[in-house]
Design a protein around this ligand. Sequence first.
Ligand code: 5GP
Length: 216
Amino acid sequence: MSDTSASRHIHRRGLLLVLSSPSGAGKSTISKRMLALDANLSMSVSVTTRAMRPGEVDGKDYHFIDKAEFEARVTRRELLEHAQVFGNYYGTPRGPVEESLRAGRDVLFDIDWQGTQQLAESAADDLVRIFILPPSASELERRLTTRAQDSAEVIAQRMSKANDEMSHWSEYDYVIVNEDVETSVAAVQSILLAERLKRRRQVGMSDFVRSLQVGK
Ligand code: 5GP
């Protein structure tokens, strides 16, 4: 892009894009596709006290920490939001998110309704909330029961958590029924584009418009 392009002049504040869903609705596939497609979007890597699953990478999927360290971070106010899910603690590190917002980069969050409510209190202007629903109860059940690494007890917990999570759908700005991943990804891209173009996010626009007003 050349130095005279508009995007060089119009500074935009980044936004917080939250994707929530019951587990098994296809959210992580949609997140991965969005990150691959959009260079201005990065994932917020949460801290958690839960055990690492096979295939997960510390620092990439989560920062895996113990409960004492988690509590210390809460006390030091280093987490933007935090919640207990399935008996484990999860939280969003504050520093990387604030840095991205300032630099005009957008941040994608895979957090639950509790964390989303906290972000709505602390960062309402920057927040865009999308809820992903599975296409049917049978499909949700199929996806929840075919996660090989989880025990029967964990699956039962997930089903009850899924019902709880879905009861919060109406607290979100957008709702997508995930019938087909590519269609859902296109929907998330459209939402992101429209939200980026919102006037209040384009904080450098008045200077740019002045520069267009020749003769002034
Ligand atoms: P999992 O243990 O399967 O990776 O995640 C369990 C649940 O915790 C998911 O619903 C996920 O969205 C949620 N979660 C992951 N990280 C965070 C976080 O930092 N904050 C909150 N509030 N929820 C999180």
